[in-house]
Design a protein around this ligand. Sequence first.
Ligand SMILES: Nc1ncnc2c1ncn2[C@@H]1O[C@H](COP(=O)(O)OP(=O)(O)O)[C@@H](O)[C@H]1O
Ligand code: SF4
Ligand SMILES: [Mg+2]
Length: 344
Amino acid sequence: MATMSPAPAEPDVPLLEVRDLEVEFRTRDGVAKAVDRVSFSVGAGETLAVLGESGSGKSVTAQAVMGILDSPPGFVTGGQVLFRGADLLTAGAEERRRVRGARMAMIFQDALSALNPVLTVGAQLAEMFRVHEGRSRKESRAKAVELMERVRIPAARTRVNDYPHQFSGGMRQRIMIAMALALEPDLIIADEPTTALDVTVQAQVMDLLAELQREYRMGLVLITHDLGVVADVADRIAVMYAGRIMETAPVHDLYKNPAHPYTRGLLDSIPRLDRKGHELYAVKGLPPNLMAIPPGCPFHPRCPRVRDICLADRPEPAPLTGADGRELPGRTSACHFRKDELHA
Ligand SMILES: Nc1ncnc2c1ncn2[C@@H]1O[C@H](COP(=O)(O)OP(=O)(O)O)[C@@H](O)[C@H]1O
Ligand code: SF4
Ligand SMILES: [Mg+2]
């Protein structure tokens, strides 16, 4: 039963549950269905990776959840965003602000455009404590230094007076993590947090984020197009394609035994040491234009296993069952032939 104020933490109410979310963009060129009946959930202390190629609707999903959708042209046209059981899409303005301002935080790909270029990082961090917690200037300043130390910025005490552009990309991303952590939120949504960084720095920032997520027991939605980065940090994965969820699974099950041809294609495209010298297999073809999503299964023009039914009937995400006929916990696939895929 949905209530308007957040229910106390009940074990069976997920921290965040997105149900049948729909977002469309209305532009001069037509209507793009960027998010189409997307459902997923994240528990407290859990990391869900949302994986998909560029243009699959990952960022738009995050923006709709956070209430920062560019509207117009974007509109949420259906679904629910339940935070501890209360729907943020229908909650009052004050309730929405409270949850999205303090209980949820977001980390973006590009820290340089997310941070204010004319304020020192210390001033920006301190402002969080002044505005949201009503702390004094001096106290807020001390908290800012403390946070910078938490995200391991060397010489935090002096660097607190520097401006965003004076930091390297990796250090800036740490500062954005610090900003997100400031109010100790229950949930962080990180949208490609390491994509713009060098590979070695990527790993360091990802490790830091994972470590802090465990320490603070936050829920984390980690959005990425890179299957390589999620293996070590995610508990579960949701695979998106053309604005829809194609497969959800605990991370190790997905790697071992994918149940959707698109997931299989993504897995085959990861460079592997034992395949050095062989040509990289990437999923053939291009993702669809969201203004003209193919009928039936949106993946059918690229699917190596396509059959007649795929061209006409849209497969919905459905639970998977094991050899003993029992449902496999946390596993769904939106493929007409999910059983064959699973046991392939
Ligand atoms: N501001 C916008 N105006 C019009 N269409 C948009 C806008 N933002 C996103 N879209 C549409 O939504 C699709 C998904 O975008 P996005 O969620 O950013 O993809 P990604 O999975 O790469 O994060 C885009 O391909 C585009 O069709
Ligand atoms: S429903 Fe058909 S086209 Fe879609 S992924 Fe499954 S086999 Fe491929
Ligand atoms: Mg994106």
